[in-house]
Design a protein around this ligand. Sequence first.
Ligand SMILES: Cc1cc2nc3c(=O)[nH]c(=O)nc-3n(C[C@H](O)[C@H](O)[C@H](O)COP(=O)(O)OP(=O)(O)OC[C@H]3O[C@@H](n4cnc5c(N)ncnc54)[C@H](O)[C@@H]3O)c2cc1C
Length: 386
Amino acid sequence: MSEFSESDERRTLRKEVARLAKGYGRDYFVGQARSGGKTTDLWLEIGKNGYLGINIPEEYGGGGGGIGDIAAVCEELAAQGCPLLMMVVSPAICGTVISRYGTEEQKKRWLPGIADGSSTMAFAITEPDAGTNTHNITTTARRDGDEWVLNGRKIYISGVDEADNVLVVSRTEDARTGKLKPCLFVVPTDAEGLEYKPIPMEIVSPELQFQVFIDDVRLPADALVGDEDGGLVQLFAGLNPERIMAASFSTGLARYALDKATAYAKERVVFKDAIGSHQAIAHPLAQSHIEIELARLMTQKAAALYDAGDDMGAGEAANMAKYAAAEAACDAADRAVQTHGGNGITQEYGMAGLLVATRAGRIAPVSREMILNFVAMHSLGLPKSY
Ligand SMILES: Cc1cc2nc3c(=O)[nH]c(=O)nc-3n(C[C@H](O)[C@H](O)[C@H](O)COP(=O)(O)OP(=O)(O)OC[C@H]3O[C@@H](n4cnc5c(N)ncnc54)[C@H](O)[C@@H]3O)c2cc1C
């Protein structure tokens, strides 16, 4: 077996997840989105089968695998038209941070629910005024006796309505002087003082984004995950998995768009032969196939580096993978629409909705510009531009 292919076990995992997801499919996902429903059935089924918590340590109810495994699950779901954003957030970001930095008590309390899907955890870092510049976040935790008191505002937080808890990136009060000293708190979504409001988005998805208002939310001492002073390292522990998962989310969606476009190009005849016989249709699809495969390869490399414990190497690869995957997905969606002609804009064929869904990958969780900044600076040694 060549070292460039995934293990047999990983490939079997992909097949099993694809089979399960196919039973739900795009119609289920879009139907739930348009009717205000949720994907809870699918979520719990992947949980029950051990796929949702595949990266969580076995002793806390998970599968003991790595980011490469959960990224494969995420990609295969999306490739069947069921992209689950909360997989990026709950098991991959929150699950990783708690597995790596939580106390024994915290791991026992939160990981089993994250793994089996019975207790989802959202993740909140983005703030209205700080935006991309997370060093400027102002959500602040103040000590009050044995407790913490949290205040702040978050925006675009996915799935708060489906989550029991949200992992909130905050900073400690005495660290307001400039340098980011983040610290992470698990906040129950029903905590007194926490409110959330949906943001009307143009994405066709059952998973919604929210504004979150945190006003004097009181938390017990053990809501703080990890060390008050080790926040930055702990935060980064969650960000590489986030990028690898976002890349997989994008390559999965890209595969879905390309599969649909290819099938349509084989069937639709307007002149003598199927439209796929025209190079104007075939070449862009072939280009997408190449771009998707390249992005998948880099995603797998990033996951392999991360799972081998090389956080620095994984950082560069995860950024590049996320960039490549988002670009590949946007182009694949656009080409899929074009291949479908007028049908590309109908709800029946569902291609146009992919334009926005894939477009989000250029913005979140980290924008393409910030990845280019990262690569210019860290990979090429160019001066920091911001
Ligand atoms: C669908 C979706 C789901 C999300 N889910 C979550 C979630 O669950 N939790 C969470 O915390 N956040 C979430 N987000 C937020 C997301 O991470 C942010 O939208 C993203 O980080 C960009 O921040 P911003 O929207 O404030 O853009 P801004 O920071 O206002 O940036 C605007 C534009 O300016 C560019 N820009 C800014 N600074 C620079 C610079 N120095 N150099 C070059 N260009 C620059 C950016 O790249 C971008 O194109 C989600 C967003 C979306 C769209």
